[in-house]
Ligand binder design. Sequence first.
Ligand SMILES: NC(=O)c1ccc[n+]([C@@H]2O[C@H](COP(=O)([O-])OP(=O)(O)OC[C@H]3O[C@@H](n4cnc5c(N)ncnc54)[C@H](O)[C@@H]3O)[C@@H](O)[C@H]2O)c1
Length: 346
Amino acid sequence: MEPIRTIHVGLGAWGSNWATSVLAGHPEVDVLAYVDRDSATVARMQQRLGLPPERFFPSLEAAMAAVDAEAVIVALPIALHAPIAWQALEAGKHVVVEKPFTENLQEARDLVALAEARGLVLAVSQNYRFYPAPQMAAQLTRGAYLGRLASVNVDFRRNAFAERSSNLKIPHPLLRDMAIHHYDLMRLVIGEDPVEVSARTWNPPGSPYEMHPAGAMVFSFPSGVHVSYRGSWVDFGPQTPWGGDWKMDFEKGSITWTSRGDQPWPMKRDTVQIRRPNATMEEVALPEMRFHDRAGTLAAFAQAIRTGTEPLHFPSGRNNVMTLAIAEAALQSSLNGGAPVRLDSL
Ligand SMILES: NC(=O)c1ccc[n+]([C@@H]2O[C@H](COP(=O)([O-])OP(=O)(O)OC[C@H]3O[C@@H](n4cnc5c(N)ncnc54)[C@H](O)[C@@H]3O)[C@@H](O)[C@H]2O)c1
């Protein structure tokens, strides 16, 4: 497959990691130009990547005028996702944008409509989809391996002090910025979209965060499945991998899984275990994945562009509107003291 000719926009904390660890050497993508408006950041990245200054631009507009790209990767702060993705789509480029998709649902719906009107691929990099454990959990659930699913418990525990996290001032660090990965994984593994969410959040004493970094949520799904979720960025207990610890209870047993460990071996923490009454625990063998995390997003993006068909688990913009809606519903609920919010009200 011919590599996709791209422009990469955003060389900040995460965007630079895209450039050095994901894009460099990805066989299905060629980066023709890098964009960042900050000249010091650009100078640093020129050196790190060992590339000539002609490959760097201060704006997407300048880069699009200079190189013949087919696609744009948007790794910018959330407020810029919609305007920059819009500019790229209007110029006829396919787009992959970092999570969370946009600041609000209307922006996301408008981008999806624009991409579809122009026949362009629009994707959101929900990189946690591209790990073996959630994909295996989805397969076992959909195949009713242990019968019908009844309920799911998810725990996410990290510690911002230990992480030396730079997200202390970010709006809604748990409900919008982090748990959006877990909302998206719920949809993937359960194979349904929730109908209702209630959320309570808090800021623990001593927390360095401006907005609530911890909370508990309940999600109701149309088949009667309930998910209970506990998450915290200021937890001193045993830390979970980024994907969280999951327990899925079925008619005939349970599946526990976890996913996305720390660098440099993020896949080593992916495990799936099956427990049935009066039986020894079964460790499920997980398949090797050629591309994982953002490399998986890019491979799926390239396939959708080149074949015109979305591969399995493809995080299209259209699909991602529901993930964003869950974040919106959770925020509304937490602002109203945990009152349930129906997804069809948004
Ligand atoms: N999927 C994940 O696991 C994950 C992890 C971390 C961050 N992210 C996401 O990545 C995105 C980027 O995060 P970050 O930490 O790199 O942000 P950041 O604030 O560190 O960097 C933003 C960069 O964009 C540049 N910039 C700002 N406006 C610009 C413009 N108009 N044109 C060109 N460049 C411009 C800035 O100079 C800066 O270098 C966010 O959406 C964040 O949610 C995702």
